[in-house]
Design a protein around this ligand. Structure first.
Ligand SMILES: [Zn+2]
Length: 184
């Protein structure tokens, strides 16, 4: 026999609940201690889970970045073939519209080489079909395609592929070169 810890009635030794006041006979300190260890246990496992989760995440990040470079590598941009005569006519009629339709576009066109920069930084293309059209396409090179300039010469017809980076009524068209090839 023992006494209820709430109403102090005499109750059975193994009774968990007092039959008189219906209150639990479990020791509050013991319950708190058990709760404390459960929480500690949960924190520990949570921390462990987070660590393993983190390493999984870092693995997946490196995996996805490597797979994305694998995915982007075989992508070959297809240039839009445009006519330089049309481009220059568009620029003459409305520079704003020309800027809207050509800026940022990856294009391929045929033109006549008019200027080759001695530093190899750029070359200019003029209209091969109309010598009185003074608009120009200025083509900027990068270190990777600078050597291509050595294979072209003034007044030569070339096929140029690149991205239009700017358009203006005075500057004409500016392109970042991707490739240039002399036309036989
Ligand atoms: Zn009781």
């Amino acid at each position: 026999m023992k006494y209820c810890c709430h109403c102090h009635s005499e109750i059975h030794k193994k009774a968990w609940v007092c039959p008189y006041c219906k209150k639990s006979q479990r020791n509050k300190i013991a319950i708190n201690l058990i709760a404390f260890f459960i929480i500690l246990y949960l924190i520990f496992w949570n921390a462990l889970f987070n660590v393993s989760n983190y390493s999984e995440n870092s693995n997946s990040i490196s995996y996805s970045s490597s797979s994305s470079t694998k995915r982007s590598a075989p992508v070959i941009k297809t240039p839009v073939e445009v006519d330089l005569e049309t481009m220059f006519t568009d620029l003459d009629s409305n520079a704003l519209n020309a800027k809207d339709s050509y800026k940022g576009k990856y294009i391929k066109l045929v033109g006549k080489v008019s200027i080759i920069d001695s530093n190899g930084a750029y070359f200019s293309i003029s209209n091969p079909t109309n010598q009185w059209n003074f608009n120009t396409l200025q083509v900027f090179t990068s270190s990777k395609n600078k050597s291509m300039l050595k294979k072209i010469s003034k007044d030569q017809l070339v096929s140029v592929t690149g991205t239009i980076i700017d358009v203006g009524e005075i500057i004409g068209y500016q392109m970042q070169l991707d490739s240039v090839k002399a036309i036989e």
